[in-house]
Design a protein. Structure first.
Length: 243
């Protein structure tokens, strides 16, 4: 890949997909700024711990990453939260948290990053949406809505900022074997290992995704191999429809 020496900011860097992504980016010679509530277990070139619901923190992240890394070529807005349930089971706190992390924070980060990237001749941003944002799934109304919002924002930004040499795309996984999915099983009283195995039988490829399956697609979207891909939503689902 053509990525050696580039600089990247990753949110949700301590999570399942985030940690695998940080490892891979660094293996490709990219200097990485990690953002999450707790980044103490990660190896990186810059550490930017904080809460993405804090608007001032989200607004300041791109500048902080650029200053500490000496540039900002790549952003992966990967942090996310999931709320289960129908609208009638959704609290005001659920609403604020889901909108705050899944939509408002990437909006703030992109808004602050685009002028920085444009000034440096361009860059690549990958937002993390979900298959569940492209088509509705049962019992996750708020989650689906936030992922639809970030998918739409990605398509719009991809169009609006292409002229500045900035390619903005989204990756849209279906189920991935990460703490987000596993803790949901545990909360409902299922053994996560057996539940993940069972869920694999519902996927045409025979298993749910591992974080690395998503990371490979993100690597494509940030690399020059995708130089003509812009404002696109890439589904990574093993052939499984939303159901
Ligand atoms: P994860 O829970 O393992 O990681 C998410 C990370 O985001 C965590 O490290 C968490 O601390 C961080 N985060 C959450 N709220 C934050 C806040 N307020 N401030 C700072 N950091 C915060 O989940 P994951 O599965 O690795 O998810 C990564 C992305 O992939 C998310 O956007 C998620 O919605 C999306 N996704 C996941 C799946 C799946 O099945 N796991 C499917 C589709 C899309």
């Amino acid at each position: 890949m053509d990525l050696n020496g580039k600089t990247a900011l990753v949110t949700g860097a301590a999570g399942g997909i985030g940690a695998a992504l940080v490892t891979r980016l660094r293996a490709e010679g990219i200097r990485v700024a990690v953002a999450d509530r707790d980044v103490s277990g990660l190896e990186a070139e810059a550490y930017l711990a904080g809460d993405l619901c804090n608007a001032a923190y989200a607004d300041a992240l791109p500048r902080a990453a650029a200053d500490q890394l000496g540039g900002l070529d790549i952003i992966v807005n990967n942090a996310g939260v999931i709320t289960r349930g129908a609208v009638t089971e959704t609290s005001d706190d659920d609403w604020s948290l889901s909108l705050g992390v899944n939509v408002e924070a990437p909006f703030r980060i992109c808004r602050a990053a685009i002028p920085i990237m444009a000034n440096n001749g361009g860059g690549a941003i990958v937002n993390t949406a979900s298959c569940w944002g492209l088509r509705p799934g049962p019992d996750h109304a708020l989650y689906c809505m936030t992922k639809a919002a970030i998918a739409s924002l990605t398509q719009c930004m991809g169009m609006d900022h292409a002229y500045q040499g900035i390619r903005i795309n989204a990756v849209c996984p279906n189920e991935v074997n990460t703490p987000m999915l596993r803790s949901g099983f545990a909360k409902r009283g299922f053994d996560p290992d057996s539940a993940v195995k069972e869920l694999g039988h519902t996927v045409p490829l025979g298993r749910i995704a591992e974080p690395e399956d998503i990371v490979d697609v993100i690597m494509f979207l940030i690399s020059d191999a995708s130089r003509y891909v812009c404002g696109t939503l890439v589904e990574v689902n093993g052939g499984k429809p939303v159901s």
